[in-house]
Design a protein around this ligand. Structure first.
Ligand SMILES: [Zn+2]
Length: 239
């Protein structure tokens, strides 16, 4: 039997199909992103969305835009007060944002808005779920050692200024649960029980929203606290 001559109409149809498939995939991908704003780098950040691939990049962009950062808090129904700017030189603080309904103790210090937004994501997506899952209790308080301190890194007389100099950082020492248990970084980090698992889970969780996360694994200066900051000089330290 002689081979059938290719039908030019079939060839055109195959070409049209080959062009159509990527288009259909692109439309499906676009629709999927519309339904998953947490993975969509173009969707405005809403802290009510679950954490996704685009969350950290969107949080990082807020570091350069205080008003957009505060708009994100408003959009996400996060209570906060914008305090007047203060300080000067390396300790000038044009952005002082105080969370209004956050379980920090002994007080709720003003921090930069990007730190406030990251704290909120961390509590919602990491600390509260880990308290339930690992400790079987609700989170009641997060104890901190301070946010603002006009100093250079490690209190030196030279070298780079600390993120604490602008309250773009906060040091977290312990977590108190609704059943009264207190989990402290100093006492419980090296244990084998659920407290140590909880502390590791929330350390890892902090890396999803903060630029820098330093724990006792980093060095002895962090044996009693987690240092969390939104540094934009180098991002991605998680240890
Ligand atoms: Zn610190």
């Amino acid at each position: 039997m002689p081979r059938k001559k290719p039908n030019p109409h079939h060839r055109a149809a195959r070409l049209a199909l080959a062009a159509l498939i990527p288009l259909v995939l692109a439309i499906a991908g676009w629709q999927w992103l519309q339904n998953h704003p947490e993975h969509n780098p173009w969707a405005p950040l809403d802290l009510d969305d679950p954490p996704g691939w685009a969350t950290r990049a969107k949080l990082a962009r807020l570091k350069a835009d205080v008003s957009e950062c505060r708009a994100v808090l408003e959009r996400s129904d996060v209570a906060f007060t914008a305090l007047a700017p203060t300080g000067e030189g390396p300790c000038a603080r044009p952005d002082r944002t105080r969370l209004g309904d956050y379980p920090l103790a002994p007080d709720t210090p003003p921090v930069t808005c990007p730190v406030a937004a990251a704290l909120e994501i961390w509590r919602r997506d990491s600390v509260s779920p880990a308290a339930r899952r690992i400790m079987g209790s609700e989170l009641k308080r997060i104890e901190h050692l301070g946010a603002f301190s006009c100093r250079r890194m490690y209190g030196g007389s030279d070298g780079p200024w600390s993120e604490h100099a602008t309250a773009n950082a906060i040091d977290i020492a312990a977590f108190v649960l609704a059943d009264g248990r207190r989990i402290s970084v100093l006492k419980d980090w090296n244990g084998a029980g659920p407290e140590a698992r909880f502390l590791r889970a929330v350390r890892e969780g902090a890396c999803g929203s903060f630029a820098t996360v330093l724990s006792p694994d980093y060095n002895a200066a962090h044996a009693d606290h987690f240092h969390l900051d939104q540094d934009d000089r180098w991002a991605g330290v998680c240890r």
